[in-house]
Design a protein. Structure first.
Length: 98
């Protein structure tokens, strides 16, 4: 079950763990039923080159990840800028990394 952050009408902040469709609980400090869910922090989501590569990745692991991501990046750039622009400004994306 997810952990949610709440603030009651009296200004108390608290956390509650409950199901997604469950109603918001009353404040545990003052029993106020008028509570509002708040976002205290946002989770970090890593995508692309940063995903699934550790800080201590070897050169081979980084080259492998680049080999996976370069064709995807090239495809996106070609769809937005065109083949000629990618060949001119990003020629390293034309290299095969196997």
């Amino acid at each position: 079950m997810p952990l949610y952050d709440y603030r009651c009408a009296n200004g108390h902040n608290f956390e509650a763990r409950h199901g997604f469709n469950d109603p918001a609980p009353a404040c545990p400090v003052c029993a106020e039923a008028n509570v509002q869910r708040v976002i205290m922090s946002a989770p970090g989501v890593m995508q692309g080159m940063n995903a699934n590569v550790s800080k201590n990745a070897s050169k081979a692991e980084l080259q492998s990840k680049w080999g996976e991501e370069a064709p995807k990046l090239r495809e996106k750039l070609v769809s937005k800028l065109g083949e000629e622009a990618v060949n001119k400004h990003a020629p390293t994306l034309n290299t095969k990394y196997d």
